[in-house]
Design a protein around this ligand. Structure first.
Ligand code: ZN
Length: 312
């Protein structure tokens, strides 16, 4: 059966690039979302892979771009893939997480046709793409100089999402509650499990995270019987369901000694905050046993800033 995106039909066996116009810049330039569609001749699930919901999280954009460029989706044995390398074009051209209205697209779902820009971007996805989709992966990174170790987040209590996360098999699998007005929340209301992949930090390429993202996509498609070739297996994923942040007790210059991916013990020194005047040094200790799932790369921090994200 053909399906339609923005009035363009795509039949089984066809690949198409479809543009979704969102709005115009004040200059009159039309901003559009590019949707790559790949359809096998054989029926099967429809998967969504998307990057750049947060415009500065470029590892996700690069991961989906590379999958398209390298032809990962061109030999599907069944089903279809919808790949959107860059959703939030506004944030991307402004090196910003948000749209130009200062709003987070991932707190604007399901969006509105008359809303401000973030809301219109969310609406375009909710209306034109989500109703077609059976499952998806939304690629993100840590924000504001925070690095996330390659990890997949799935919604607590969603068995279908957990299964997909296991098939993707990122190094870390993290069970997290769903926040309202997110893509994941809106999709869950439509019975579509969406995984959130996090790897690296915003505005900085991280080959390690991009590579894990690409392999995860391939493993997931293989497990869904949509691809014939599996991605090389790696060590077993680690599961986390409890999390805590270690924050800066005081402002100063921050140096980490342990970083994302490290196994740490309660009381262990993870980093130090030094006064630039040389008169004070504060050690940052692990609150408990666990793994560092994310850390802050900022050299200068303020009291209360998140330094280490610990999972167990
Ligand atoms: Zn993000």
């Amino acid at each position: 059966m053909p399906f339609q995106i923005n009035k363009t039909p795509v039949a089984p066996g066809e690949n198409k690039l479809i543009k979704l116009n969102v709005a115009k810049l004040p200059s009159g330039t039309v901003i559009s979302i590019r949707v790559h569609v790949f359809r096998s001749k054989n029926p099967g699930p429809i998967a969504l892979f998307m990057g750049g919901l947060h415009g500065d999280e470029i590892n996700g954009v690069e991961t989906v771009r590379r999958a398209v460029k390298e032809g990962l989706f061109e030999h599907l044995t069944s089903g279809s893939v919808i790949a959107i390398p860059l959703l939030n074009v506004y944030g991307f051209i402004n090196f910003s997480r948000d749209a130009v209205d200062g709003k987070d697209v991932n707190r604007s779902f399901p969006g509105s046709v008359k809303g401000s820009l973030a809301s219109r971007v969310a609406y375009t996805l909710s209306q034109s793409i989500l109703p077609l989709v059976d499952f998806g992966v939304d690629f993100h990174t840590g924000g504001s100089s925070r690095y996330n170790y390659p990890q997949v987040r799935y919604t607590t209590g969603d068995a279908a999402a957990k299964k997909l996360a296991e098939q993707f098999a990122a190094p870390y699998l993290m069970e997290k509650k769903n926040l309202e007005k997110t893509l994941r929340h809106t999709a869950a209301g439509m019975n579509i499990p969406i995984l959130v992949y996090e790897g690296g930090e915003s505005l900085r390429f991280d080959g390690y995270s991009i590579d894990h993202g690409l392999k995860g996509m391939q493993r997931l498609l293989f497990q869904q019987k949509m691809l014939e070739i599996d991605a090389p297996a790696h060590h077993r994923p680690k599961y986390f369901s409890k999390f805590t942040w270690m924050r800066a007790e005081e402002s100063g210059m921050f140096m980490w000694m342990q970083s994302s991916g490290a196994k740490v013990s309660k009381g262990e020194v993870l980093g130090v905050i030094n006064s630039p005047h040389g008169n004070k040094e504060i050690r940052v200790l692990a609150k408990q046993d666990g793994y560092i799932v994310g850390h802050n790369n900022a050299p200068v921090v303020n009291a209360g800033d998140a330094l280490f994200h610990l999972g167990w």
